[in-house]
Design a protein around this ligand. Structure first.
Ligand code: C2E
Ligand code: CA
Ligand code: CA
Ligand code: CA
Length: 274
């Protein structure tokens, strides 16, 4: 299942093996990735459109395998979810994210808040609130500076998600609904949930200014957020036109390549330290 590379080295060619074999191999590697120090975080700035001020970062997990190279989260998160490894991984991510906030602070960079993604499987254990509380205590990060991102489907389809979300709120942690507009948006649920932020999914931002339907959806989400007193942030903002459109329609928060790609912790420090 290995092919000769150009220089005579072997390289991993997933398309040459059965999918099951590749999956099994990836699974085996993934299980050891944390202890082998192959997992790290990138941080993508979230900014105020009108001032360019940094309001937060989103932590995005990365896996760099010595043979396979950088593997994107869309390839290993689902695998981690299927195998249950997500619990260990999710805990590592959360701990590292909180620890990094304190490191930046100590080095002189104030990042107001950090957003961390949670997957549905992390709600199934029942101990998520204790885990978060332990990590906050351990790292010393103020709960208000942590924002957890969950998708609509997590909220709607995970048995006790509502209970845990309320518990997380009660310890002071902020909550954002990720990829908003792509799942089953039950507005009735939204009203009951202690969420502070809606994240407009990238798919609606992409063709703003050419697709009238996407524009209408983006505007509707901004209005909804406003009327429910929630903050609204657009993800995947890649152009000045998109940013201008958002600002014009009352959304002053954005995240995307137009402002910055996800950065390493060190790059984050050098770019944003005044
Ligand atoms: P997401 O939560 O919707 O994260 C945003 C994704 O969009 C990131 O991809 C980010 O790099 C990318 N992105 C940001 N700005 C732009 C832009 O302007 N244009 C385009 N085309 N893309 C942009 P990434 O890092 O590959 O992550 C993909 C997904 O993997 C995330 O989507 C999230 O669902 C999941 N993920 C990442 N890190 C974690 C984690 O620590 N835990 C869990 N459970 N899931 C994670
Ligand atoms: Ca996210
Ligand atoms: Ca998204
Ligand atoms: Ca997502």
């Amino acid at each position: 299942a290995k092919a000769r590379g150009r220089n005579g080295f072997s390289f991993f060619a997933p398309f040459m093996m059965g999918e099951g074999v590749e999956r099994l191999r990836l699974e085996t590697y993934l299980r050891r990735s944390i202890e082998k120090d192959e997992i790290f975080l990138n941080y993508q700035p979230q900014v105020e459109i009108d001032t360019g001020r940094l309001v937060g970062v989103e932590a995005l997990v990365r896996w760099n395998h010595p043979e396979l190279g950088l593997i994107p989260p869309i390839r290993f998160i689902p695998l981690a979810e299927d195998t249950g490894f997500i619990n260990q991984l999710g805990k590592w991510v959360l701990h590292e994210a909180c620890r990094q906030m304190v490191r930046w602070q100590d080095a002189g960079l104030h990042v107001p808040k950090i957003a961390v993604n949670l997957s549905a499987k992390q709600f199934e254990r029942g101990s998520i609130v204790n885990m978060v509380a332990d990590i906050l205590r351990d790292t010393g990060l103020e709960p208000q500076r942590l924002q957890l991102e969950v998708t609509e489907s997590v909220i709607m389809n995970t048995g006790d998600a509502m209970v845990f979300i309320n518990d997380l709120h009660s310890i002071g942690v902020a909550l954002a609904i990720d990829d908003f507009g792509t799942g089953y948006s039950s507005l009735a649920y939204l009203k009951q949930l202690p969420v502070q932020t809606l994240k407009i999914d990238r798919s609606f931002i992409k063709d703003i200014s050419t697709d009238v339907n996407d524009e209408a959806i983006a505007i509707a989400i901004i209005q909804l957020g406003k009327s429910m007193n929630l903050s609204v942030i657009a993800e995947g903002v890649e152009t000045a036109e998109q940013a201008a459109f958002l600002l014009r329609h009352g959304c002053n928060l954005a995240q995307g390549y137009f402002y910055s790609r996800p950065l390493t912790a060190d790059d984050m420090f050098t770019r944003w330290q005044k």
